[in-house]
Design a protein around this ligand. Structure first.
Ligand code: NZQ
Ligand code: ZN
Length: 387
């Protein structure tokens, strides 16, 4: 196990009706806030009205910025920064999913920075401080509600890039599983795939003696797998929604990373796909992950066999660990398919004519991944395997 420092200061408030606490939590950060949200789902569900009421009850003044798109754009982030400066706002309340939260984080990072916010994403400048943000989460998926990262897309060139900083972690995250009842099966499945991918990125590591976190990863994966079909068949099953919602946070709050080095190559490859084709991040991961696994499994067949056995209950063939490893990869792909995810570029109606471009863009700042370092040619091959 590696040495580590673990710190995750986000206060998680979990359970029914907890959105009513948005006001009392927000008032701790000032009398004025930017209310940031997406394309309308929170208005349709009535959540918008409840959050606004809770905030107004505390006498907090609200400035609004809706319209965050999935795969959030830097142009709206710039608008948000200008609004915060114009109204002298010191706190952002994000109500929505990963896209809304990420957009809020990028605004929070940019308000007190003199240059253009995209500088953080190109590496031209480093984030030093962020405005505090709070979250009311509506989709368990990205884990952004307690993560220290944001992923933003620049329309100029369709670059989708991530940035992280400890001060980006939200001050509080309100998680009410009932708010996820209105999710479509497709968005529910995209979220399930994304949270599983967050665990898999951490699971495939070269660090030895990481038994505790291996088993925590496996337990979280099994919980997601066990509840996935239930939430799809019964969208208003509170207990199953609650398991999935908490698993989505646990998958990405960095607890599962302690003492180990994650990979993240599949995420970086996926960001090239959703950056250009604007598909849901979870769907992109269902396409990339099985191909990545097939490309790298020989690097550590034993670890892949362990994954197959402990997560998918596949019997270990001691004379042929490779067979066990491959069965685990196949099972992962079948599972994504069974919950309605595309598992090839073709299934997402993506042609193979921009693979070279994605491989070049994805690796222009160096090789991807840690478990196995992926250079441009490797990424090209993985994308061809995902056709
Ligand atoms: O915009 P609205 O109208 O709210 O609709 C959204 C959106 O269309 C809808 N939705 C959300 N909650 C709903 C709902 N519809 C009905 N009922 C509800 N309760 O779902 C759609 C997708 O929302 P989005 O926020 O895009 O989903 P997600 O949470 O999956 O976020 C994806 C983004 O997060 C990034 C991804 O790359 C992607 O851009 N990620 C962020 C990470 C982080 N900051 O730590 C890590 C992840 O790996 C990921 O890369
Ligand atoms: Zn992800």
């Amino acid at each position: 196990m590696q040495d580590f420092v673990f710190q995750n200061a986000t206060k998680v408030i979990f359970g029914k009706d907890t959105e009513q606490m948005a006001g009392q939590e927000s008032i701790l950060y000032g009398k004025k806030l930017l209310l940031h949200f997406g394309g309308g789902s929170i208005k349709e569900s009535g959540l918008y009205d409840r959050v606004v009421q809770s905030v107004k009850d505390q006498g907090i003044e609200i400035v609004e910025l809706g319209g965050v798109q999935p795969n959030p754009r830097v142009s709206l982030v710039r608008e948000g920064i200008a609004l915060c400066r114009e109204h002298n706002i010191g706190f952002i309340l994000a109500v929505g999913g990963g896209s809304v939260i990420d957009s809020a984080k990028a605004i929070a990072a940019g308000v007190n920075y003199e240059g253009d916010v995209w500088d953080f994403f190109t590496g031209k400048s480093a984030v030093e401080e962020c405005l505090p943000i709070g979250v009311v989460l509506t989709i368990p998926a990205a884990g952004s509600e307690t993560s220290g990262g944001t992923v933003i897309t620049a329309e100029d060139g369709w670059y989708k890039r991530a940035v992280g900083h400890e001060t980006m972690r939200p001050k509080f995250a309100i998680l009410n599983p009932e708010l996820t009842y209105t999710l479509s099966s497709y968005q529910t499945a995209c979220g399930i795939t994304d949270m599983m991918a967050h665990i898999l990125e951490r699971y495939f590591t070269n660090v030895k003696h990481v038994e505790l976190t291996d088993r925590l990863c496996e337990a979280t994966l099994k919980t997601i797998i066990n509840n996935a079909q239930t939430v799809l068949a019964e969208p208003e099953n509170y207990d199953a929604r609650a398991e999935i919602m908490w698993a989505g946070t646990v998958a990405h709050n960095d607890w599962l990373s302690t003492g180990r080095i994650g990979d993240w190559g599949s995420h970086d490859i996926e960001h090239e796909i959703s950056g250009i084709y604007d598909i849901a991040h979870g769907a992109g991961l269902a396409i990339v992950f099985p191909a990545w696994m097939k490309y790298v499994y020989k690097h550590d067949i034993k670890r892949f066999a362990q994954f197959a056995h402990r997560v998918w209950d596949i019997e270990v063939d001691v004379n042929n660990l490779e067979k066990t490893a491959l069965a685990g990869i196949e099972k992962t792909k079948q599972f994504f398919s069974s919950i309605g995810m595309p598992v090839s570029l073709a299934e997402a109606e993506i042609k193979d004519d921009r693979i070279d471009e994605m491989a070049r863009k994805g690796t222009e700042r160096g090789p991807l991944g840690n478990f196995v370092k992926l250079h441009e040619e490797d990424v090209r091959q993985i994308l061809h395997m995902a056709k």
